[in-house]
Design a protein around this ligand. Sequence first.
Ligand code: ADP
Ligand code: ZN
Length: 528
Amino acid sequence: VTEAPVDPALEVLERVFGYDAFRGPQREVVDHVVAGGDALVLMPTGGGKSLCYQVPALLREGVGVVVSPLIALMQDQVDALRNLGVRAGFLNSSQAREERRAVEEAFLAGELDLLYVAPESLGGGSSPTARLLERGRIALFAIDEAHCVAQWGHDFRPDYLALSMLHERWPDVPRIALTATATRATHTEISTRLQLDDALHVVAGFDRPNIQYRIAPKDSPQKQLLDLLRTEHPGDAGIVYCLSRASVEKTAEFLVGQGIPALPYHAGLDQQVRARNQARFLREDGLVMVATIAFGMGIDKPDVRFVAHLDLPKSVEGYYQETGRAGRDGQPATAWLAYGLADVVQQRKMIQTSDGDAAHRRVLSAQLDAMLALCETVDCRRVRLLAHFGQESSPCGNCDTCLTPPESWDATIPAQKLLSTVLRLQRERGQSFGAGQSIDILLGRRTEKVAQHSHDELTVFGIGTDLTEGQWRGVARQLLAQGLLAVQGEYATLALSEASGPVLRREQTVLMRRDPDRPARSGRSARK
Ligand code: ADP
Ligand code: ZN
């Protein structure tokens, strides 16, 4: 009887981690790093990045050093590894001195398999941690959340720029950079800044087929959210993302008031409260975490059944990462986003008033435009989403536009009417207002503000009674989303953009997505 030759990587996978097969590109990456090569791994959240460096760390001589910005999670990660019998430790600023000393001694004695360190503690190479590393044997460097090195990215950390020194100081130690953020631009920037041009580049499938993507016009967001939770996700664990701390608090209170167990999480909360809420969310069943985007990076909770966004994410990458926290167990999950006119106005304004130079604002605008295009598309959401990450696919059958194909309609004339109103206010009166005033003018409403400014004397007064107020808000939103209308100034009032001209001159047609009828209405009458 001849025994099958031992496959050390598979042996470690089974014996230590209890899995019987590598998933996707894990095998290729593991073999490459074990052999001493560098790698850049782009894999979605839940794809299994950790094993890509944990297995090689156990197979190579020395300690695998993991650079991670997620200090709050280091303890959990190390505990999980210790439970598997892996000798793991971490060094960061939150630690007591004796604890630190013990980890340092274990490292020097060669009694560690994996050591987690914060990027700032490497301090460009002159810090105590960097000097400590010089004195031990290093199996590999894993640079987790490597997109933090991308300067215009949403998680940029200056400390990551200094990580290029790893290569200079330890030229023989393989490096593996990992991230779930993978637009082409980020990919290139990671590769350049960390000098990984010659590394093995692996891009794993970004599709999460079990997630149903839905983007709905925002009407009454709390009620829409409640409907979603009651009808589709009673008793389920989920995450609700809000833009501001105030809306996190308000929404969590609202849900609790409706009998749904919800917890708030944002950076303004006391550190202990945050830690406690996070721990409860991870351990208990059926909790809803209402949070800003401060919550979630590195969270590994497999049974999150829905991720709801009550405000528009700033980029498709952000949207993908946040929704990617749903359904990591592979079971059906919902990604639901409510978005409306006010979101577009607010985000455009935030970009205009943001710090940073014109180039930075252009990047932010381009990111927002891509997100808006995803919201307003009449095509399959997943096709659009994957295309953003450079992946081609065909309509999925599991998103709102596939399930209920939206119509598009020729909105050229309404667009001209709205743009003319903005133009007349500007030219004839030297004024600019928010969308509400233009809509009141178009609908011929003699409100106090209309009377005060005698806007009923404008030729456009009352020329828009063929559409409802809701439809006009949809028109304004889509004009803003398409860049055919702009916002300006402190009060984010409407203004023409360069692209408005051709529409006003009838040189360009404007197609829009027809918003579905508001479900809230029929729901109310049906309950009577
Ligand atoms: P990521 O860091 O990419 O978000 P993780 O490394 O946390 O993903 O892995 C996600 C989940 O998948 C974890 O629960 C992990 O144990 C599991 N997993 C990873 N690789 C495998 C595999 N080869 N077989 C089975 N489960 C795996
Ligand atoms: Zn689809």
